[in-house]
Write a protein that binds this ligand. Structure first.
Ligand SMILES: [Zn+2]
Length: 183
């Protein structure tokens, strides 16, 4: 939580329910500014090439050393699809073609919403991006299920491999036993 008001620089920040509101907010007692905290959007992409799925091994915390789908927080001034494509490049030096929305996963307990796309890996070319220590194409039967980074990655891979391609609206609301579920 913020210590200083981003509007006036005052340290007079208090937790209070503003008039007409139902939630506790960080309110500046000096200038009255309300510091809203809202969920963040993460955009990512499942890229395939000849039936194999591109995964990147995380070189940064959290979950360093675990495999993930290219995904990350959206930047200002970009669309979700642009964010997904950018993450493919940053993490896996991969350019996506024909990406389409797979679905939306809400993670209310950590204030995140994942917008996951799928698409084709252009020319089958990829490399190890700055935030990764390794990048590889995996056949569905070779997915390292026990070494995946996050439940949402597990869910997205399961969904894709199931062949069910209708757009989904999923909620992952707590840490489940996903790590031990395996394939
Ligand atoms: Zn202020």
């Amino acid at each position: 939580m913020t210590k200083f008001c981003s509007e006036c620089g005052s340290a007079e920040i208090v937790q209070r329910v503003p008039e007409g509101d139902q939630h506790l907010r960080a309110v500046c007692d000096n200038c009255g500014f309300i510091h809203y905290v809202n969920p963040k959007i993460v955009a990512g992409c499942l890229l395939t090439w000849n039936g194999k799925i591109l995964l990147a091994k995380r070189a940064i915390e959290p979950r360093k050393g675990y495999w993930t789908l290219p995904a990350g927080f959206m930047e200002l001034q970009e669309s979700t699809a642009e964010a997904a494509a950018r993450e493919c490049w940053e993490e896996a030096l991969a350019r996506p073609i024909d990406i389409e929305l797979m679905g939306v996963t809400s993670l209310p307990h950590i204030g995140q919403v994942y917008m996951m796309y799928h698409g084709t890996l252009a020319d089958g070319e990829y490399g190890v991006g700055e935030e990764s220590s390794d990048v590889e194409l995996f056949a569905p039967e070779d997915i390292p299920w026990k070494q995946l980074s996050f439940p949402v990655v597990h869910f997205t891979l399961k969904r894709y491999i199931s062949g069910e391609m209708s757009v989904y609206d999923e909620v992952i609301d707590r840490q489940t036993d996903w790590l031990t579920k395996g394939a």
